[in-house]
Design a binder for this molecule. Structure first.
Ligand code: SGN
Ligand code: CA
Length: 511
């Protein structure tokens, strides 16, 4: 699993970016097994997604609705259950549900501190915490291969979770990948300069590449030609913790591009496009190391003889914007962050080249792993096993709609709380809090979600139907957080919620 990996940045998904920045090893999994064309999260944010994957529950049920909360490691999770049935279990990389996985029932672990750092990260183990020199994606892979060598070579079953920090902000590739995409021109999304008309929550966000990205910290832009001084860089630790050698190599590689940028007399629009290209160079550079990591693990499985008897899954904690609507980050129920990559191989069980079209969600993973391991299903799980789905025979009552609920507001990037339903080509969303707004999209005619048709008389029939579906999903999944679908959010109710939201404003730490 990676962190913030957009489907559009995986070549197996057949995307334009994938052609320019291929991911051959992730693609190997898809070729050996199944690619899920309609794979979605339930709440597009790190902690909530991770808790959902572990417990098989929506955010409101496992209780971790927004980052910064504390996950109760004692809750049921599928890894512990596998451990109790004889599997050796391990987790390396990002946890981000609280300080460490202590108490989660995982045999062996070493995790990145909090969000994790790309260079020389702090690593927390059961015996303490220390700085480990190197590049995070390589360190996490080294730990994983080492564990596999020592624990997975025999007939005993094992489950290992390899959780990369990349390609999460602040997008720092390994030295060997720094130059990889410099000079490649990535296609600028058609809605990079979005007007946000009819979409007040989209207009109010703070995740715009050319307005909100930190020019020093994120884009590593220097102040003027010939200078190595960074522009806005509020958190210096990411660079301060690098060795002099790493810093020289890293910033040395970017200096020619920075100098040329500073020398050029760019218009605002040209600068916005320059930033997009720099963002893509860096983001996709970090993906390169994740893909290499996947390759090393697959190679190990193949040479050790374990590949035929091992299920390999690649996914992310959510999708990500690569310039669509002008954005980076996630959170919104729009397609780019609602979608998450999902590919899965199991030789002899999943036919090579399988494409799964039915909608699946990360709430399904726990049920799937129990099922694949031959363990009994669990009542607390709200998702469903993907076994018949990957076999190409989804049960007749397989879900038609997916349910989504995002909570973290006020918070970083200022995305309003919202819930919604996607059903085939239609999507209905409702923002609540200090914005009370419904949105409706027909993805067949408007795949980029630019035209909110909630008030269009021509679609009122389907809007009504979608509201009924949304209401039914909230009942089915027992979500009573936020206003009910029928609640018109009167001025009084709205005022009360605003006051509640404002009272919570101080609680959100930077991470
Ligand atoms: C950090 C990032 C944000 C990001 C959140 C949540 N800032 O705070 O841009 O939205 O994480 O990401 S950073 O500059 O410190 O990286 S998540 O993956 O944990 O949900
Ligand atoms: Ca994430």
């Amino acid at each position: 699993m990676s962190d913030d990996h957009a489907q559009t940045a995986i070549s197996a998904y057949g995307t334009e970016i994938g052609k320019l920045a291929p991911t051959p090893n992730i693609d190997r999994i898809a070729a050996n097994g199944a690619l899920f064309e309609n794979s979605y999260v339930t709440n597009s944010l790190c902690g909530p997604s991770r808790a959902t994957m572990l417990t098989g529950q929506f955010s409101h049920m496992h209780g971790f609705t927004q980052n910064g909360q504390k996950f109760d490691n004692g809750q049921w999770n599928w890894v512990r259950e596998l451990g109790q049935s004889g599997y050796k279990t391990a987790l390396f990389g990002k946890w981000h549900l609280n300080y460490s996985p202590e108490g989660a029932g995982i045999d062996d672990w070493a995790v990145l501190d909090d969000q994790g750092k790309y260079y020389n990260p702090d690593i927390i183990t059961p015996t303490g915490r220390s700085v480990v020199e190197g590049y995070a994606s390589d360190i996490v892979t080294d730990y994983s291969i080492d564990w596999l060598e020592n624990n997975a070579g025999s007939d005993e079953p094992f489950a290992i979770l390899i959780h990369h920090k990349a390609p999460h902000r602040n997008f720092m590739p390994a030295i060997r990948h720094l130059q990889k995409y410099i000079g490649t021109e990535f296609p600028v999304p058609t809605n990079y300069f979005d007007h946000y008309d009819g979409r007040p929550a989209a207009a109010a966000q703070e995740m715009n590449i050319y307005r909100d990205m930190y020019e020093g910290h994120d884009l590593k832009m220097t102040t003027e030609e010939g200078s190595t001084e960074l522009r806005f860089n509020p958190w210096t630790d990411d660079f301060d913790r690098m060795t002099q050698e790493q810093r020289d190599a890293y910033f040395g590689a970017l200096q020619p591009g920075n100098d040329a940028m500073n020398a050029a007399d760019m218009s605002e629009r040209e600068m916005a496009i320059w930033k997009y290209q720099r963002y893509m160079d860096e983001y996709l550079g970090t993906v390169a190391a994740v893909d290499e990591s996947v390759g090393r693990v697959l190679d190990w499985l193949e040479t050790s003889g374990q590949a035929d008897n091992t299920i390999v899954v690649y996914t992310s904690d959510q999708g990500f914007y690569l310039g669509e609507h002008g954005w980076f980050d996630k959170r919104f129920m729009y397609e780019e962050s609602l979608r998450t990559p999902l590919v899965m191989q199991w030789p002899g069980h999943i036919a090579p080249g399988t494409r799964v079209g039915v909608p699946v969600q990360n709430v399904d993973y726990a049920a799937t792993f129990l099922d694949f391991a031959g363990l009994a299903p669990r009542d607390s799980i709200q998702g469903r096993s993907l076994r018949e789905v990957v076999d190409g025979h989804p049960p007749a009552d397989w879900r038609k709609d997916i349910y989504y609920h995002y909570y973290e507001y006020p918070g970083f990037h200022s995305v309003r709380a919202h819930y919604g339903v996607k059903s085939g080509q239609y999507k209905l969303m409702r923002y609540y809090g200090d914005i009370n707004q419904w949105e409706f999209y027909d993805l067949e005619t408007d795949p980029n979600e630019m035209k909110n048709r909630i008030d269009d008389p021509a679609v009122q029939g389907i809007v009504k139907e979608m509201k009924a579906r949304l209401d039914a999903l909230r009942t089915q999944y027992r979500d009573s957080d936020g206003p009910s679908v029928g609640d018109p959010l009167t001025a009084v109710a709205k005022g009360k919620r605003d006051a509640e939201a404002a009272a919570g404003a101080g609680h959100h730490a930077h991470h």
